[in-house]
Ligand binder design. Sequence first.
Ligand SMILES: C[S@@+](CC[C@H](N)C(=O)[O-])C[C@H]1O[C@@H](n2cnc3c(N)ncnc32)[C@H](O)[C@@H]1O
Length: 270
Amino acid sequence: MPVADLDELRKQVAETWWYHTLELAPGLETPGWFDTRPVLDRIPFPADLSGRRCLDIGTFDGFWAFTMERRGAGEVMAIDVPDPRVWDWPANSPPEAIEQISSRRPGSGFALAAAVFDSKVERRELSVYDLDPAQVGTFDFVYVGSLLLHLRDPVGALMKVRKVCSGSLLLVDAVSLSLGLAARPAATLDGMGRPWWWKPNVEALVRMVEAAGFSPTGKPVRLFMPPGKAQEKPDLSVGALRLLRNRAGRDALVSAWKGDPHAAVAATVR
Ligand SMILES: C[S@@+](CC[C@H](N)C(=O)[O-])C[C@H]1O[C@@H](n2cnc3c(N)ncnc32)[C@H](O)[C@@H]1O
């Protein structure tokens, strides 16, 4: 890429809020909130998607959709709800919180990356709740990443995914560390002032997948979704260590330091 174009690209990257870390040119990475790249080797994401019709749900900057394309997918559709104000907000959410999170509006990062990659991914503004095979057809492979946590009705959403999936599903979503030792499916509920809802333990995440009409294949994989450059490392000074006194504080420290606890569940349609 000519230097003038690279300078322009750097400027546009700096003006955009990035969820994903994407290498747009050698040495030019987007400062993502997460760096999902190391996760690819830990989860059963198909190495070869030749000829497959694929769907990425809640694509944000498109990391998973572009990966499908690079792995040979015949066709990739990526859906998203670009206006954060219409995400699943609890009714108790303060308008300031809605305005603040709404500044992280998905769309421009995807458009810039798609142009740089000369991507053919079709991005549609569509909610997971509105997936309908009559409108979008069916897909051989569907990826759902870090989305259920933000939905009031995660199982209802997965049931909609089941209607458009004719092959396999890979679900990678947030899980509760503190409920990890419960011997049965269980979840915590946030639902306080932000679009964060259920955080299941791994057993409950698997149960959600089964309840929606999929058969899990293999064992779930536990992982930490690594923070990207946009997330500051936590301050571990004595004052900050007060965070360790309560569960929310401990979770925040683990997330910012090591990554957000997640699990991957692969499944096929039943
Ligand atoms: C936490 S980001 C996850 C990004 C990406 N899927 C990943 O795994 O790296 C959640 C994404 O879900 C999208 N989203 C929120 N509500 C949605 C809905 N009802 N249907 C589809 N996407 C939704 C958001 O716009 C955002 O792009």
